[in-house]
Design a protein around this ligand. Structure first.
Ligand code: ASP
Length: 358
C-alpha cells in the first residue's frame, strides 16, 4: 500500500515536470530567472581595432557577451541561448518564427521570469514589433543591442545588456508588451524607431515619448505602452511556417508604376506605400494602387516622413481607392502588421480597424 502511494507520488511529480517541459534553471536562490536569446548584431560584433568604423556584426557568442558584463549575474539567474548570429540586415521571417516560438515556449515555463533578446539595431524595431504582436505572455520581454561593436572603445553593449536584464527581471515590467532598452531608455516596441545611422542615441519614440528610463539598472516607468499587444493581440504564430509577401514601395518625384506591377507579379499579397507627406503618391501610382486593390491586394498608405499620422480620407480618398491608412505606423512596422493581418482573410474595414488599434 505504502509502496503504491510512493509510486503514485513519483509518477505525479514526473508528469508535472514533463507537462512543464524541462527545467531551464537548476536553482533559484531567490533571484528572478532570465533567459537571454542572442541573435547577433553589432552588440556581438568585433573589429580589429577599438577605433575603426568597419567591423563585422554577429561574431561573439552569447556566453562571451554575458561574461563581459560585470555584476549581471547579481541581478538574476541567467542562461543564454544562441538563436542566430547575424547582422540584423540579414534578419529573416524564418528567424522571427523560430524566435517567437522559443519566446512563447520559455515564457510558458514557471521558472522563467523574463526574456532579453540581443539583436542588431538596423531592424530591431521590426523584430520587437513583430514579437509585441505574437508573444502570448505578459512577462517582460526586452530587446537590446548596441551601436558600437564589442571591441570598440566605449562599447555600450555591456551596459545595455545589464540594463535590459534589470528591466526584464522586475515584476513591475510585466504587461508593458515588448520593450526596447538602449542607451538608458525604455521604449515600447510600437513607438520606437532607429533615427541615426551611427550615434548611440539612435532609438527614439518620436510620436509617444519614452516609456521609462534605466540608469545602471535602476529604472522607472513613466507610462504603459500604446496599442494592443501580447496577451490581448489576436495574432499568433502557432502552426505558421511562413508569412504572406508584403512589399514596401517608396514614393518620390516621378515614381513609376511598373514597380507596383512587378511586386504583384512577384506574388505580393500586400503593398505598403512609403508615401510622401500624409501618405500621398502621384496620380499614376494612386491608379496603380486601385488596380492592385481590385485584384485583391491590400494596399496600405504609410509615409516616408519620420513623424505624424497618415490620416484616412485626408488628401487621398481611401474609400474610393480601397486603400488603408497606416495611422501612426511607419512603413516597416505597417509591413509587419499587414503580413500578420493577411494570415487570415479580412475585409477592408476590419484591416483599417486593426491599423487603428495596434
Ligand atoms: N548592421 C548592424 C545590425 O543591425 C547594426 C547594429 O547592430 O547596430 O546588426
Amino acid at each position: 500500500m505504502k509502496n503504491n502511494i510512493l509510486k503514485t507520488a513519483v509518477l505525479t511529480a514526473l508528469i508535472l515536470v514533463l507537462a512543464n517541459g524541462s527545467q531551464i534553471f537548476a536553482q533559484n536562490e531567490g533571484k528572478p530567472n532570465i533567459v537571454i536569446l542572442a541573435t547577433g548584431g553589432t552588440i556581438a560584433g568585433s573589429a580589429e581595432s577599438g577605433t575603426q568604423a568597419g567591423y563585422t556584426s554577429g561574431q561573439v557568442g552569447i556566453e562571451t557577451m554575458i561574461d563581459a558584463v560585470p555584476g549581471i549575474r547579481k541581478l538574476a539567474n541567467i542562461t543564454g541561448e544562441q538563436v542566430a548570429n547575424v547582422g540584423s540586415q540579414d534578419m529573416s521571417i524564418e528567424i522571427w518564427l523560430t524566435l517567437a516560438k522559443r519566446v512563447n515556449e520559455l515564457l510558458a515555463k514557471d521558472d522563467v521570469d523574463g526574456i532579453v533578446i540581443t539583436h542588431g539595431t538596423d531592424t530591431q524595431e521590426e523584430t520587437a514589433y513583430f514579437l509585441n504582436l505574437v508573444v502570448k505572455s505578459d512577462k517582460p520581454v526586452v530587446t537590446t543591442g548596441s551601436m558600437r561593436p564589442s571591441t570598440a572603445v566605449s562599447a555600450e553593449g555591456p551596459l545595455n545588456l545589464y540594463n535590459s536584464v534589470a528591466v526584464a527581471a522586475n515584476p513591475k515590467a510585466k504587461g508593458h508588451g515588448v520593450m526596447v532598452v538602449m542607451n538608458d531608455q525604455i521604449h515600447s516596441a510600437q513607438g520606437v524607431t532607429k533615427t541615426n545611422t551611427t550615434s548611440v542615441q539612435t532609438f527614439m519614440s518620436p510620436m509617444q515619448g519614452l516609456m521609462g528610463a534605466v540608469i545602471y539598472g535602476q529604472h522607472e516607468f513613466y507610462r504603459g505602452p500604446h496599442g494592443i499587444h501580447t496577451t490581448e493581440s489576436i495574432f499568433s504564430v502557432e502552426g505558421v511556417t511562413e508569412l504572406p509577401r508584403v512589399d514596401i514601395i517608396y514614393m518620390h518625384v516621378s515614381a513609376t508604376t511598373d514597380i507596383i506591377d512587378f511586386s504583384i507579379k512577384a506574388g505580393a499579397k500586400g503593398i505598403v506605400i512609403a508615401g510622401v507627406g500624409n501618405g500621398n503618391m502621384n496620380a499614376a501610382m494612386l491608379e496603380a494602387c486601385k488596380k492592385a486593390v481590385d485584384q485583391g491586394i491590400v494596399v496600405v498608405r504609410s509615409t516616408r516622413v519620420p513623424t505624424g499620422y497618415v490620416l484616412r480620407n485626408a488628401e487621398v480618398n481611401d474609400d474610393n481607392y480601397g486603400t488603408i491608412a497606416s495611422d501612426e505606423l511607419n512603413a516597416q512596422k505597417s509591413r509587419v502588421l499587414l503580413m500578420l493581418t493577411l494570415l487570415e482573410k479580412k475585409s477592408t474595414e476590419e484591416i483599417q480597424k486593426i491599423f487603428y488599434q495596434y
